[in-house]
Design a binder for this molecule. Structure first.
Ligand code: GLN
Length: 306
């Protein structure tokens, strides 16, 4: 049965309207608080190259923690399984910016999608590249075939000025010997990485290699082998939506990575990547309308990994 994705996106857009006023835009990065919670965009990028969009799908937004997926992909591609000596693979069950487990787990973050884990990945990339943030930016440009993708300097500066919690995490890991570069340079690089702005369509296209066994569908360029791509999909499912990854799997049933800018990138392996953006967040920090939109998407299309 062929699926009318365009019609489904339009139906979802209608249905989520009442939710747009219910989420709360992130304020702990002051620059992000300037964005209206009324935005909603969604884009589907199919592995055969077709794409479908609705609403603000071509408006740039702050990708934030979604960049953790691309930084991890790049580090995994370069370093292979060596990265698992420095970061775990278990859901944390704690907020993404929590410090509490780091102390008794001796500076080894639970997974690469919480802030502690992403700081370690950034540190690993800094050993390989002149600047980790620029390496991630160039990787995301290459994957989406969009050379104009860039950092948002205001957002990066705004986050760096308020990065006390992330700095505390980095200092604790440094004390345990799990950060090799200076704390300040890792924090600055991480904040720039998180400030990358992209559209739903660009992100869906950039993430599509992970729905395609690690190979970029539009170029045939292999980034990861299929076993590695499988592992990253598994991490997205178990750890990609913070401390509510279980509920997200229950409601949506897809590997996904979210960010506090209100974006969520999700994958239907073997078929497509879908990205949704709506800046109003739920208490866990996931886009409130975005999670509902993805739940409707898997319900209406009968597509999920289960
Ligand atoms: N830059 C944000 C932070 O470190 C990213 C968090 C997120 O998107 N969950 O707090």
């Amino acid at each position: 049965m062929t699926i009318d994705y365009q019609q489904i996106l339009e139906d979802i857009h209608q249905e989520i309207q009442p939710l747009l006023s219910q989420g709360k835009v992130a304020t702990y990065i002051p620059e992000l608080s300037k964005v209206s919670p009324q935005h909603f965009g969604m884009a589907v990028y199919c592995l055969d190259g077709r794409s479908y969009m609705v609403g603000d799908a071509q408006q740039k937004f702050s990708t934030q923690s979604i960049t953790k997926l691309f930084a991890l992909s790049l580090a995994f591609e370069r370093e292979g399984n060596a990265i698992w000596k420095r970061v775990g693979r278990e859901p944390s069950g704690n907020p993404f910016n929590s410090l509490s487990q780091l102390e008794y787990e001796r500076g080894i973050p639970r997974n690469p999608f919480i802030n502690a884990g992403a700081l370690v990945i950034n540190d690993i990339l800094a050993q390989r590249f002149v600047q980790a943030d620029i390496a991630v930016l160039q990787f995301m440009r290459m994957l989406s075939n969009e050379v104009k993708i860039d950092f948002d300097r205001e957002v990066a500066i705004s986050e760096e000025k308020h990065a006390h919690r992330n700095s505390a995490i980095a200092h604790l890991m440094k004390d345990f010997g799990n950060l090799h570069n200076p704390v300040d340079s890792v924090i600055a690089s991480y904040c720039r990485q998180c400030s990358i702005t992209m559209t739903c369509l660009e992100l869906a296209k950039a993430g599509s290699f992970l729905a395609n066994h690690g190979t970029i569908p539009w170029s045939g360029n292999k980034i990861l082998d299929s076993s590695s791509a499988k592992r990253l999909n598994a991490l997205m499912l178990t750890c990609g939506t913070y401390d509510v990854a279980g509920d997200f799997a229950f409601r949506v049933g897809l590997p996904a990575k979210s960010g506090v800018g209100g974006g969520i990138l999700a994958l239907v392996p073997g078929e497509l990547a879908v990205c949704v953006w709506s800046p109003g967040l739920d208490p866990a920090g996931n886009s409130l309308a975005g999670v509902m939109a993805l739940e409707l998407f898997t319900t209406m299309t009968a597509r999920s990994i289960f």
